[in-house]
Design a protein around this ligand. Structure first.
Ligand SMILES: CCCCCCCCCCCCCCCCCCC/C=C/C(=O)SCCNC(=O)CCNC(=O)[C@H](O)C(C)(C)COP(=O)(O)OP(=O)(O)OC[C@H]1O[C@@H](n2cnc3c(N)ncnc32)[C@H](O)[C@@H]1OP(=O)(O)O
Ligand SMILES: Cc1cc2nc3c(=O)[nH]c(=O)nc-3n(C[C@H](O)[C@H](O)[C@H](O)COP(=O)(O)OP(=O)(O)OC[C@H]3O[C@@H](n4cnc5c(N)ncnc54)[C@H](O)[C@@H]3O)c2cc1C
Length: 665
């Protein structure tokens, strides 16, 4: 998509003129500093200005096969450039976050990157699960892309219940090898990104058998394809799984094994080991095998934020440019952003970008702290990290998927155009609700931790993220963010208490604990969701309160957005507030009118705030969302790229339509 620098849309000019703060200051705040903004822009330029990373034809007009071929071409260019950055000593986490994620990554490869799994799961698993010797052997090869890997865990029959995986790895002490097999159709690996035709290695998660005993699932490094010819190696059955709702460039694959032998040292042995004679040494915690999933859940919260930033930027700018209908018959057609229902659709989404951003930062820091502790053999904080990562991943990706769809709907018919980039963005975001742990399943993991926390009150008081469960009180209603936070905590605590009580009652009535859990699971999911909301609200409030290094103008906007996020959350949970706190119907009316006031306060700054997100036109890739607001020109320009418009009459007219018309004469 080209950028028209000539003319800025008059409505956008007006919007920018009335903005009460400096959007650049917001950009620096979100990036972390002015220097970090410069680095990000330099990085974007480094990738986006490369002619090799531009497509001649819009990707959506390519066939499935062509799409893959174009994607892998670009992915190789991207990774070569990533290596260049590495060689210049610029291998920071931000490079990977942007080039693999929803910001820069999805601009260059809007249908997903077939090599993402190499960096996001293959290398992290080698680092997290390999011994020092294994890392020495594999990391350099992987890091320098002498090999390309993926993470093959999910099978046709099992994605969630990984203890039920069926792929087997049986140890043979006579050759000191593992023999991998796929004993059933349902044991075939199914889904791994890049597995179809890109990766030549995989971390394969399989049931380990040694000395006649199964020891559960473990990770193995398996070479899949010949280094030179790329042909599948003997005993490897491999292919691509076909078209999906979105992400059709990620080359997800299937994989089966027929007596594939790998050396003993191809089992990643940092946590548990198999000795040459077949003796098995147990891991200090079987859950350490699940470590890569925790890492990805943590980074997905930040990634969901990037997609939301893009979608709301598109929808808000478009809403400022688009005129439709009438508010007063005497007046011209208003900008659709002046309809309060439109503001209600979009402004809470703007606010949620900040909520996600602050929680994602918090989660990343805590993840790093707990990972250092794990390295030192301290496992104490892993359950709490797992619980909070599960619920933030679930809540933020679910909200992001709904939010992107809301943005699409808010753009009316033009939002349905591929060239708005909202359908494609939805395709990428909705997948996040399923991969790396299906959201309901993850909420149930958090619920498990909440129930245990409720039952062990003495310990819970020392756990930062859940101590409120045993400390909450039902404060009298006030029109304040503090009341909303305490009320949402109260809602969560009462939901956890009730769920615990109902499990207990079911067990007492003779139900097995597992059945009692299942029968209570709707309540459990709801409690975990509320916990996620309370966490987002609290983190938002603590972060905004601690900000001292911004101008009063920006601080005012940040507070308004925080208030909007809080009030909107409270109104989404009206039923729960009335049920579990002493607030009354009239208090809900106060919240409703507060929400309306906030929409009105944010209205003049809406375009300024999304400008402050600083998503460049190339990254936005949207006819509706570009900085200049020349929406209609861009829609036409994109339509002209349709291959059908390359000739005035398509040959099918003579072949089908004309004979049909004639036959009706
Ligand atoms: C070094 C280079 C770095 C560069 C990287 C840069 C990265 C930047 C990237 C940014 C962009 C991001 C772009 C991302 C694109 C990503 C594409 C991803 C593609 C998708 C991949 C996948 O989907 S991989 C497959 C994922 N699969 C799953 O998630 C499966 C879900 N299922 C499970 O997790 C589990 O099976 C389960 C939790 C549902 C149940 O397990 P199990 O039955 O064994 O457990 P129990 O329920 O019995 O629980 C037992 C006990 O263990 C606790 N527990 C469970 N899981 C964990 C865990 N992970 N960690 C810690 N503890 C765990 C559980 O709570 C129980 O505890 P109790 O104390 O007994 O209650
Ligand atoms: C785009 C994409 C990319 C992926 N990439 C990879 C990859 O690179 N590597 C890899 O290994 N895997 C990958 N996956 C697989 C992914 O991790 C799984 O699809 C995911 O973990 C969900 O598992 P499932 O498909 O078996 O769903 P299921 O578990 O079958 O879920 C179906 C339904 O059952 C419900 N359900 C299941 N168990 C429970 C329970 N215990 N309690 C309550 N409800 C339950 C779920 O909530 C859901 O509603 C990918 C998936 C997608 C969509």
């Amino acid at each position: 998509m080209t950028t028209n620098n000539n003319k800025i849309n008059a409505d956008l000019l007006k919007e920018r003129a009335k903005c009460t703060f400096n959007p650049k200051e917001l950009t620096h705040f979100l990036d972390g500093s002015e220097q970090k903004t410069l680095e990000r822009k330099e990085r974007e330029k480094f990738f986006l200005d490369d002619p090799e990373l531009k497509s001649k034809v819009p990707m959506e007009y390519l066939s499935h096969k062509e799409k893959y071929e174009e994607n892998i071409r670009k992915a190789c260019v991207i990774f070569r450039k990533v290596q260049e950055l590495q060689n210049e000593g610029k291998a920071g986490m931000e490079n990977y976050r942007e080039i693999l994620g929803g910001q820069l990554g999805s601009a260059i490869l809007p249908d997903g990157n077939p090599l993402t799994l190499h960096y996001v799961m293959f290398i992290p698993t080698l680092l997290g699960q390999g011994t020092i010797e294994q890392q020495t052997e594999w990391i350099n090869k992987a890091w320098n892309c002498h090999i390309v890997g993926t993470y093959a865990q999910t099978e046709l029959g099992h994605g969630t219940f990984i203890r039920g995986l069926e792929t087997t790895a049986v140890y043979d002490p006579s050759t000191e090898e593992f023999i991998l097999n796929s004993p059933t159709l349902t044991s075939y690996k199914w889904w791994p990104g890049g597995l179809g035709h890109s990766a030549n290695h995989a971390i394969v998660v399989a049931q380990l058998y040694t000395q006649g005993k199964c020891h559960g699932i473990h990770p193995f490094i398996v070479e899949l394809r010949d280094k030179e010819t790329h042909m599948p190696l003997k005993g490897i059955i491999i292919g691509e799984i076909g078209c999906k709702l979105g992400m059709n460039g990620t080359n997800n694959g299937y994989l089966g094994f027929k007596n594939v032998r790998v050396p003993r040292m191809h089992m990643l042995m940092k946590n548990s080991q198999v000795h040459p004679d077949g003796t098995y040494v147990k891991s200090p915690s079987s859950k350490l095998t699940y470590g890569t999933m925790v890492f990805v859940r943590v980074v997905l919260v930040a990634d969901a934020t990037s997609y939301m930033k893009k979608a709301v930027t598109i929808a808000v700018r478009y809403s400022a440019v688009r005129h439709q209908s009438q508010i007063k018959t005497s007046d011209p057609e208003p900008q659709i952003i002046d309809f309060v229902t439109q503001q209600y659709k979009l402004f809470p989404l703007i606010a949620s970008v900040f909520a996600f951003h602050f929680s994602a930062n918090w989660l990343w820091e805590v993840y790093n702290e707990v990972t250092s502790e794990l390295e030192a053999g301290k496992l104490r904080n892993l359950p709490e990290l797992h619980a909070v990562a599960c619920c933030l991943k679930a809540v933020c990706t679910a909200d992001a998927a709904l939010g992107v769809e809301q943005c699409r709907l808010s753009c009316g018919g033009h939002g349905y155009m591929t060239s708005s980039n909202l359908p494609g963005t939805y395709g990428l975001v909705t997948a996040m609700c399923t991969y790396e742990g299906e959201n309901t399943v993850l909420l149930l993991q958090t619920a498990r931790f909440l129930i245990k926390s409720w039952q062990n009150k003495e310990e819970t008081i020392h756990l930062d993220t859940v101590k409120y469960l045993v400390q909450t009180e039902d404060l009298p209603f006030t029109k304040s963010v503090n009341w909303i936070i305490s009320a949402m905590k109260q809602v969560t605590a009462r939901k956890v208490e009730l769920a615990a009580k109902h499990i207990d009652e079911r067990v007492k009535s003779g139900k097995a604990p597992e059945d009692a859990w299942n029968e209570t699971s709707v309540e459990l999911v709801s409690a975990a969701d509320a916990h996620g909301r309370a966490f987002l609200l609290q983190t938002y409030a603590s972060t905004v309160e601690s900000i001292t290094n911004v101008s009063p103008q920006l601080k005012t906007v940040l507070i308004q957005l925080q208030e909007l996020y809080s009030v909107n959350t409270a109104l989404r949970y009206t039923g729960d507030l009335l049920r579990f706190t002493s607030c009354k119907g009239k208090d809900i009316e106060v919240l409703q009118s507060w929400l309306e006031q906030l929409l009105n306060l944010i209205r003049p700054n809406a375009v300024g705030i999304v400008d402050g997100f600083d998503v460049s036109d190339e990254v936005l890739s949207s006819a509706l969302g570009a900085y200049d607001g020349n929406v209609y020109e861009r829609l036409f320009e994109e339509a002209s790229k349709s291959p059908l418009n390359s000739e005035p009459v398509n040959k099918s007219f003579h072949q089908y339509l004309k004979p049909f018309l004639k036959s009706n004469l």
